[in-house]
Design a protein around this ligand. Structure first.
Ligand code: UGB
Length: 613
């Protein structure tokens, strides 16, 4: 097996497999074995060969080494001592934040985006693809639509800033589990407004499972002519971006930055302009968007590691290794909170990464996109000779900086005092347990409540006074739930843009039981004076220049009602435990381009019917 073995004929393939200790794969074949079964086997081997840098031979060799290390208990962090990485902590809406955001906005035209969406929501109890989940049920918009509309909003801002049309490309990493459903969702919705060719789907392939310490490949128990395979992890994204030619294409079209984000963080773009500003100013090759990390929680910690032989690197230490590393080195208490802040002293790494494209593409050219891997076999006993079930090599996208030398500029950005990270990963039963323990739940309920809070924080940054959100239990999961505010990203990119759309923020008031849903193309929307106690839905078409000069809304509004313990509903609701109840709303629909001013008499009265302007 090797670089050209995808072009080998069947007998050459068998010989090559034999040479790397894999003769058992075809040992059961006999005169009755059909040509079709053999064909399926060879087709799969050829596919596996091209999907891994160096092919099956390299995979088996890497497997043997990592399995030997695992057996002899080699600690990959042995010899390394943790310290604090270099980075910038920006209080949200502070002068430093606003300055970094302004700097970053100038760079938006050079941005590209990479969504890693090859994983399934197994821990979440959702059988669909996660990007098809609604990020909140007030509008029911999917994550994928939100992400694309956010990028298109940045594209409009970049085009306006540059005075010429700019296209910001998006790559989505999918897997066998998610590829067809992601493609169908995009097609059914006209790519949510992105131009043909603007989106690239990159499919990660699974890797072979290893059945023993000799790295003998496992056959599928259900099909003896197929090698058992499992996902290799999100680290595949680097190989795919390189191998598919996507990075070269982006580089040739003037892209300077690559922003990686995960499938269910609705707040992923809120901090991008400021993060870009930090990357520009500190000339960072790799900038990890981080959050304050609750000690013990399931997110990695960014650390500056120094080896006793003098090497150094700034990397993510995965959450299951943090406690042991700290105990063995600088802190006998392990992964505990810092008394002064109440958080772990190490920034929480959330897998939102901003890379400078040039050095990244150059490094991948050198390495072929190979990522450091790890293996996690579950042994049957202490002799570590047999596995409970076949294992496989895995890799993580945040491990890319491990391939850089000590002098590489790697750092982080944290925006404090605001909500920037709230992924949806945990099913309702586990979320209830985490909630009781006082840990972040990363559940559908918390993702939804945080999305409203995050938008309210943008309003507050513009000067609007919002009542504090009370803590409530949504089906046993505690969240802070105030006014449900959903505002399409076309409203504006960055705090200063929101301020311009809200020129008299002191004239905007909203009760905690209110819902404000602003949909469509909001680039022409200005809100001057709004008193909302109930639900207001505003929808604008492109070209509608709308001023809410004085709007008074008081109605019975929308609320969330529990599904009850035995409730039956679609999965997207079951993982929340509640649904939306719409009692009354005021609707303002601007269906044609033009200029509109809405000015109510001082008392609008109880309006619940639809208004079409
Ligand atoms: N993903 C893929 O695209 N392909 C794969 O093979 C696997 C995943 P998980 P994980 O932010 O809370 C990560 O499973 O791996 C995509 C970080 O390692 O949700 O447990 C998948 O679709 C951890 O340090 O997360 O933990 C999803 O979009 C911390 O940052 C993304 O990869 C943690 O995320 C993450 O996959 C977190």
């Amino acid at each position: 097996m090797g670089a050209n073995s995808s072009r080998q004929n069947p007998s050459e393939i068998l010989k090559s497999l034999d040479a790397i200790g894999q003769a058992h794969l075809s040992a059961g074949w006999n005169a009755d074995t059909s040509a079709a079964d053999k064909d399926r086997f060879f087709t799969q081997v050829k596919k596996l060969e091209t999907a891994y840098p160096g092919g099956v031979k390299a995979y088996v060799e890497n497997g043997r080494k990592l399995l030997a290390d695992a057996k002899s208990g080699v600690n990959p962090l042995e010899g390394w001592t943790p310290g604090f990485p270099d980075g910038e902590s920006l209080p949200f809406n502070s002068p430093e934040f606003v300055a970094k955001e302004a700097l970053g906005l100038k760079e938006l035209d050079g941005c590209s985006f990479v969504l890693v969406a090859g994983g399934l929501g197994e821990r979440l109890g959702f059988s669909g693809i996660k990007v098809a989940l609604p990020w909140q049920i007030t509008s029911g918009e999917t994550y994928l639509e939100l992400y694309i509309r956010s990028i298109l909003a940045m594209q409009s801002a970049a085009s306006a800033a540059k005075g010429k049309p700019v296209t910001l490309p998006l790559a989505i990493m999918v897997s066998d589990d998610t590829a067809s459903r992601t493609d169908e969702l995009l097609k059914a919705n006209g790519n949510y407004g992105m131009a043909p060719g603007q989106i690239t789907l990159l499919k990660q392939e699974k890797v072979p499972c290893l059945s023993d310490n000799e790295a003998r490949l496992a056959l599928d128990p259900k099909d003896p002519y197929q090698i058992l395979t499992k996902p290799h992890g999100h680290g595949d994204v680097h190989f795919l971006l390189h191998d598919s030619g996507t990075l070269s294409k982006w580089s040739a079209s003037g892209v300077r930055w690559v922003y990686f984000f995960q499938d269910t963080n609705a707040l992923a773009f809120k901090v991008l302009p400021a993060t870009l500003g930090v990357s520009v100013e500190k000339k960072l090759q790799v900038n990890s968007v981080c959050v304050s990390r609750t000690a013990g929680e399931s997110i990695g910690g960014l650390m500056r590691l120094t080896h006793k032989d003098g090497r150094g690197q700034t990397i993510n230490v995965e959450y299951n290794q943090i406690d042991a590393l700290l105990k063995a080195t600088v802190s006998p208490e392990g992964d505990v909170a810092d008394a002064a802040t109440g958080y772990s002293p190490y920034p929480g790494s959330i897998n939102q990464l901003l890379f400078a494209l040039k050095p990244y593409a150059a490094m991948l050219k050198k390495t072929g996109g190979t990522m450091p891997e790890f293996v996690n076999p579950k042994y049957t006993d202490k002799t570590k000779t047999a596995f409970k079930s076949p294992t496989r090599l895995e890799c993580m996208m945040q491990d890319y900086p491990k391939s850089l030398d000590a002098s590489a500029a790697v750092g982080y950005t944290i925006v404090t005092g605001t909500t920037t990270f709230s992924p949806v990963k945990t099913n309702l039963a586990d979320a209830r347990v985490k909630s009781k323990e006082g840990m972040p739940t990363y559940s559908a309920a918390s993702g939804e409540a945080d999305a409203y809070i995050s938008t309210s924080e943008m309003l507050m940054a513009a000067g609007v006074v919002m009542p504090p959100a009370p803590t409530v239990a949504m089906s046993g999961v505690k969240v802070a739930l105030g006014a449900r505010v959903v505002i399409d990203p076309s409203f504006g990119v960055g705090v200063e843009a929101w301020k311009a759309k809200l020129p008299t923020p002191s004239a905007i008031k909203m009760s905690n039981r209110s819902t404000l849903l602003l949909k469509g193309d909001l680039s022409g929307l200005t809100i001057e004076d709004l008193d909302l106690d109930g639900t207001l839905v505003v929808t604008c078409v492109p070209g509608a220049k709308v001023t809410l000069k004085k709007v008074r809304v008081s109605n019975s509004g929308w609320s969330f009602v529990s599904l009850g313990w035995s409730g039956k509903a679609e999965e997207a609701l079951m993982i929340r435990g509640y649904q939306l109840s719409q009692s009354a709303q005021r609707e303002l629909n601007f269906e044609k381009p033009g200029e509109y001013v809405v000015e109510d008499p001082e008392r609008e009265g109880l309006l619940s019917k639809c208004e079409v302007m």
